[in-house]
Design a protein around this ligand. Structure first.
Ligand SMILES: [Zn+2]
Length: 466
């Protein structure tokens, strides 16, 4: 994989503000700040319903200047730093960053101490495959969401999805396509970065790319030209033009559908040729962006891997040869177990009381084979197919299908941060990184279900949930 500096863009606004001496804050807070000359460093402002925020808001309102950013000391029972568990650690947060993490030392003067007895502190989780512009398919089919829901309606829902995601302890998402909602993901990301609405940091795909004629919604008269759930492209010149256009409009990476269900009998078949995929990767990498491939057939996966994509999404029909190729080319694998689990239940499977459908059993087997082959496993569930905020469902299934809880936890933190090239800012509890941390009841390395008992969410040093 190449280096992708622009993957940093979702995290950039806070850095830009930091350079300017201003912390990330909401527009009304920005206007309060701008009553002065705007040139002096000001204290960080958190959400007004937290103790940290109350202190700092009054400082802003009274015009206090030249003051160090607020310091918060987090005192949990244990700390998972993204790799291993530690007991007796405290974490000191100054402004938007982690200042120190280690055995308890003297509390800095003026620090706000947050005692978290019995809780595990860990990096905010990084969801690898979300669609914030979609809602569960058992509420409305994908076809009807794309074809019948107005854009503003979809964005209104997405605002709630973003909040629910953050409150569930997901502080970063890689959002893999707006599914017919154009560049609404780019706007959503901006609103979150500017503090207009609460939500996770976002890495966005924009509309995503499909081969002409392959995608949906389908079922209309062939004489009609139906708006599609992703942007169509064909030919070497065509894919170059679309990739460059998506980059120019704000895509952090290019998402391609390397295969799709457009075979003569509705089965999945490869879409882009190897040459087209190589051309897309060439164009994207030239701009510092990775390519992410939806692929579930052997040939679709093979072409995508050979072309140089960063991750494969779904991968249902992966074989020993494919897993080996992925290990050799350091391609990550987002298995999206929860999507299949959910859609099987939408189709009538009574989980727990009825035998597992063959499709689910096959997925269980192929996931374990990828794991045993040493493929780097990404935490990414295709959330949106099922409810936003229920992201942990994927981690529970990863464990159920054979992964150790501690490894699943690494996937959701340090591994995803590395795969998405944001590990210099998030994904670990380490000095210098952004203070994106959560605290949960219990020990998630023993019981992954502990991740459902979120007691604290901090993003960029601000407490959003406690
Ligand atoms: Zn998806």
């Amino acid at each position: 994989m190449a280096i992708y500096p622009t993957m940093r863009s979702p995290l950039l606004p806070s850095l830009v503000l930091l350079v300017a001496g201003l912390p990330l804050m909401t527009p009304n807070r920005i206007s309060a700040v701008l009553e002065g000359d705007g040139s002096s460093p000001l204290p960080q402002v958190a959400s007004p319903d937290t103790p940290v925020a109350r202190a700092t808001s009054s400082q802003v309102n009274s015009g206090v200047r030249e003051q160090a950013p607020p310091v918060t000391v987090l005192q949990p029972a244990r700390v998972f730093d993204g790799e291993t568990m530690h007991t007796g650690w405290v974490v000191v947060v100054r402004g938007e960053r982690i200042e120190s993490a280690g055995p308890a030392a003297a509390t800095p003067a003026g620090a706000h101490v947050v005692a978290l007895p019995g809780l595990t502190l860990l990096p905010g989780l990084i969801e690898g495959h979300s669609h914030l512009l979609l809602h569960p398919y058992n509420e409305t089919s994908w076809n009807d969401q794309v074809a019948r829901e107005p854009l503003a309606y979809r964005v209104a829902r997405a605002v709630n999805h973003a909040r629910d995601t953050l409150m569930a302890g997901i502080t970063t998402v890689r959002d893999l396509g707006s599914e017919g909602a154009g560049y609404a993901d780019v706007g959503l990301k901006r609103a979150i970065d500017e503090g207009v609405i609460p939500g996770p940091r976002m890495l966005v795909a924009g509309p995503a790319m499909v081969v002409s004629g392959s995608y949906g919604p389908k079922g209309y008269a062939p004489e009609w030209t139906v708006p599609q759930g992703a942007e169509e492209a064909s030919g070497l010149d065509g894919v170059m033009r679309v990739a460059r256009d998506q980059i120019g409009r704000g895509a952090d990476f290019i998402k391609v559908y390397a295969d799709y269900r457009y075979g003569p009998n509705g089965e999945a078949r490869p879409t882009f040729t190897l040459d087209e995929l190589r051309r897309i990767v060439e164009v994207a990498q030239s701009s510092g962006r990775p390519v992410v491939a939806h692929a579930s057939t052997v040939e679709g996966m093979r072409r995508a891997i050979q072309a140089g994509v960063a991750t494969i999404e779904h991968g249902d029909s992966g074989t020993a040869e494919i897993w080996k190729l992925m290990v050799e080319r350091t391609v990550g694998f987002c298995p999206t177990l929860a999507a299949g689990d959910a859609t099987s239940q939408y189709a009538g499977w009574k989980k727990g009381s009825a035998p597992e459908p063959s499709r689910v059993t096959a997925k269980r087997v192929s996931f374990k084979a990828a794991l045993d082959a040493g493929v780097t496993i990404c935490f990414g569930g295709d959330v949106g197919v099922y409810a936003h905020g229920d992201n942990v469902r994927e981690l529970e299934l990863m464990v159920d299908y054979g992964m150790r809880p501690a490894d699943a936890l690494k996937s959701a933190t340090s591994v995803n941060a590395r795969l998405f090239h944001v590990d210099d800012r998030v994904g670990a509890v380490k000095p210098g990184l952004l203070a994106d941390v959560i605290a949960v009841e219990g020990d998630p390395t023993q019981d992954i279900g502990a991740l459902r008992r979120v007691k604290l969410v901090m993003k960029g040093g601000m407490i959003y949930r406690r």
